[in-house]
Design a protein around this ligand. Structure first.
Ligand code: ADP
Ligand code: MG
Length: 699
């Protein structure tokens, strides 16, 4: 490996100036870095098309033909150079919007050119803007690699002449200099089993693909390797965490749990709930700290699972707390859980920002001496003043509102950190969870309680508003309640606020007092006022709730059966799904109405279609991931988490699973990587860790 750590400046043909550019622009410092700088796509130049064969816009094609006419068209910014290009089968246009004077001088009429580029089709006629061009005579003399690699570049690199051609040359030189230097990173027996291409060959074919088949094999090999070493790191981290971080030992299932489970469960648990409870019991019975993410779609019944876990803590002599992201949710949890646990006469308390000082004082004392065993509240629980006697379990509801930092904060309240259970209704596709939260174990409730009627979702244009209003009136007449939600996006906050207020006014007109009562909730209100308005809706005093997305999280109003989302095209998929989850909680058929204007982008259309066709949160999360990419789905906080070099967590899903499987099995059979046949893995892993090459992937 020594040679590969050589500074790039020593590669023949590079020199100090280029080396400097490579470092600054692409982060390439060593031979190894250059070797790992993969093309981001390949141009297939093995095929030639005729103009007649063109069938689609936006595809890259290579055509041989001649220019028969050159003209300058348009004025000002629309000014362009247009060359008519013919090949005997038809005619098309080559178009330039920039540098056209210079180009015009160089173009030769009635001479055979090979042009290459993307085509556009406008009113049945094809054109190719800014084509790559070469005289056919020159083209024929060159040795043409059928698949030409394209490396990403920057303007600065381009201006300094460090384009694709130079990159190609450097790569050739690189392979020459490293010669037969040892490069393999996976054990031979795996390569045989999986029929993987040797590393050296794979690298060569990534930079100089000899044909499509070899390229695919090379990519496969490198993707597997990349995913495997990330997974190996995650699995090792997880094992280390389990070995290092001692946790409270919940050895028994005691009286409280058993009594509640046998006599006070308000409904039989679903299979998924049972499975998750079992997973939690197992985790908390191992003397290692539990660090678990519980994913379950809205309404899948996470609360009861949380309650059972808390009872386990109590049975083993520990306290438990439940942290909710908003005051109203904390309140709902408190009331619901108090009712559930009433027959067991357990003391529980609610702590939020608005808990009175006097009340707090008593509460804090009771927490310290262990009198109070269950505390439910907002992030007020995380303040330093709140000290437990022996907190054994901390449950955090609706994780996406909390930073990981806050989660970690709970750990340091005691010398032995409590078990942590993070519950989220924003499904992170399992594959992503597994590659990002490798240090968290993941449980999934993938089954809704029986008898739930799926929410009917429709898409309506603004022009149908009157009908939608009539529909709302009918539902209200049946005794139901309605949400109307407006987008709030920070950049245009003022406009959004105006939209909301205009909407409110027109709804007031359609639904006049005193027959109808309307709640309004938005971000500019004081928390007390918000809670007051929300509470009126929860209590059924108001029939309509006009709101911005502040109601997104967890509120439970089973009587609400209609969710109208205004300007639905402006919401993200997971947000739409969360909002829809506010209805469909009671026995009645519920509806979600997505209102939009006629102007919709392709992405918006996909989002709306997805919402209309499925209620499955995981399916929605997968589509979301495809539309937005992993960074965004995880929130800006974690963006960049999955900056993979070659693999793609979505498209290469099956490989990701295989890689994880290999990592887990490897560590099972050889936990310290001591076997001779795994020496190569140990060495590579150490190298990667040393050079911080994999740690970059994880935040
Ligand atoms: P979420 O996962 O969104 O937090 P909740 O725990 O609030 O869901 O449960 C949603 C509703 O479903 C509640 O009214 C709850 O009582 C009910 N529920 C939960 N589990 C079951 C079950 N196994 N059978 C029937 N109803 C259930
Ligand atoms: Mg919930």
């Amino acid at each position: 490996m020594q040679k590969l750590q050589t500074s790039i400046v020593y590669l023949k043909g590079v020199g100090p100036q280029r080396a400097d550019l490579l470092k600054k622009e692409l982060g390439i410092f060593t031979y190894m870095d250059l070797l790992n700088f993969f093309p981001f796509r390949y141009i297939d130049k093995s095929k030639y098309y005729t103009i007649q064969q063109l069938y689609d816009s936006n595809t890259e094609v290579q055509i041989i033909g001649q220019i028969t006419q050159i003209q300058t068209l348009g004025k000002g910014r629309g000014k362009r150079l247009v060359a008519t290009f013919e090949d005997g089968s038809g005619s098309m246009d080559l178009v330039w919007f920039r540098n056209y004077k210079w180009i015009q001088e160089k173009l030769k009429m009635r001479t055979s050119y090979v042009v290459f580029g993307k085509t556009n089709r406008v009113q049945g006629r094809y054109s190719m803007p800014h084509p790559e061009m070469e005289l056919e005579s020159v083209h024929k003399e060159k040795i043409n690699v059928p698949l030409q690699p394209v490396y990403s570049s920057t303007e600065k690199l381009q201006r300094s002449g460090l384009g694709n051609r130079v990159m190609n040359k450097m790569m050739l030189q690189l392979f020459e200099e490293i010669g037969k230097e040892f490069l393999e990173t996976l054990p031979q027996y795996w390569m045989d089993r999986m029929q993987l291409m040797p590393k050296r060959e794979a690298l060569f074919n990534i930079h100089f693909p000899q044909n499509q088949e070899l390229l695919v094999k090379a990519q496969y090999r490198l993707k597997f390797e990349e995913l495997f070493y990330i997974q190996l790191q995650l699995v090792i981290k997880n094992a280390q965490h389990k070995a290092k971080v001692k946790g409270h030992y919940f050895e028994k299932v005691g009286e409280l749990f058993n009594e509640f489970y046998e006599t006070h469960l308000p409904f039989p648990l679903t299979g998924a709930q049972k499975r998750v409870v079992k997973e939690l019991r197992q985790d908390m019975g191992t003397k290692a700290q539990m660090n678990r993410l519980l994913q379950g779609d809205v309404g899948s019944g996470k609360t009861i699972v949380a309650v059972l876990a808390m009872l386990l803590a109590l049975d083993n002599g520990f306290q438990a707390c439940l942290v909710a992201p908003t005051e109203i949710l904390a309140q709902q949890h408190y009331e619901g859980i108090k009712e559930l646990l009433a027959p067991l006469s357990i003391d529980l308390a609610l702590l939020t920002g608005s808990t009175k000082a006097k009340e707090r004082k008593g509460m804090f004392e009771d927490l310290l001496d262990g009198e109070l065993t269950i505390l439910i509240g907002t992030h007020a629980i995380l303040e330093d003043k709140v000290q437990f006697k022996n907190l054994g379990l901390a449950i955090i509801d609706e994780q996406h509102r909390f930073g990981v930092a806050q989660r970690a904060k709970l750990w340091f309240k005691n010398t032995i950190p409590p078990h942590i259970l993070v519950m989220t209704a924003t499904p992170i596709p399992r594959t992503l969870a597994m590659s990002v939260y490798g240090d968290l174990d993941v449980s999934v409730i993938d089954e809704l309680p029986p008898g739930r009627k799926p929410v009917t979702t429709v898409h309506r244009y603004d022009s149908n508003r009157l009908k939608v209003m009539a529909f709302m009136r009918d539902e209200i007449a049946k005794g139901r309640q309605v949400y109307i939600v407006y987008p709030l996006i920070e950049e245009s906050e003022k406009m959004d606020y105006k939209d909301l207020m205009d909407g409110y006014t027109s709804i007031e007109r359609e639904f006049p007092k005193p027959k109808y009562q309307i709640s309004i909730v938005h971000g500019k209100m004081k928390p007390e006022d918000k809670d007051y308005e929300m509470q009126r809706f929860v209590n059924g005093e108001t029939q309509i709730m006009v709101a911005t997305t502040v109601i997104e999280v967890g509120v439970n109003v089973p009587n609400a059966s209609v969710m109208v989302i205004e300007s639905a095209e402006r919401f993200g998929l997971s947000q739409l799904h969360q909002l829809r989850g506010r209805v469909g909680r009671g026995a009645e058929q519920s509806f979600c109405i997505l209102m939009t204007s006629f102007k919709l982008s392709n992405d918006s259309k996909t989002r709306l279609e997805t919402m209309v066709t499925t209620n499955d949160g995981f399916e929605i999360a997968e589509v979301d991931l495809k539309l937005r990419g992993p960074g965004d789905v995880m929130g800006t906080q974690q963006s960049g988490v999955l900056q993979l070099k070659i693999a793609d967590v979505i498209k290469d899903n099956h490989l990701l699973k295989a890689a994880r499987h290999y990592a887990i099995e490897l560590l099972k059979s050889d936990p310290k990587l001591e076997q001779e046949k795994h020496a190569i893995i140990k060495y590579t892993y150490q190298q990667l860790v040393q050079h911080k090459n994999i740690w970059n992937y994880i935040s």
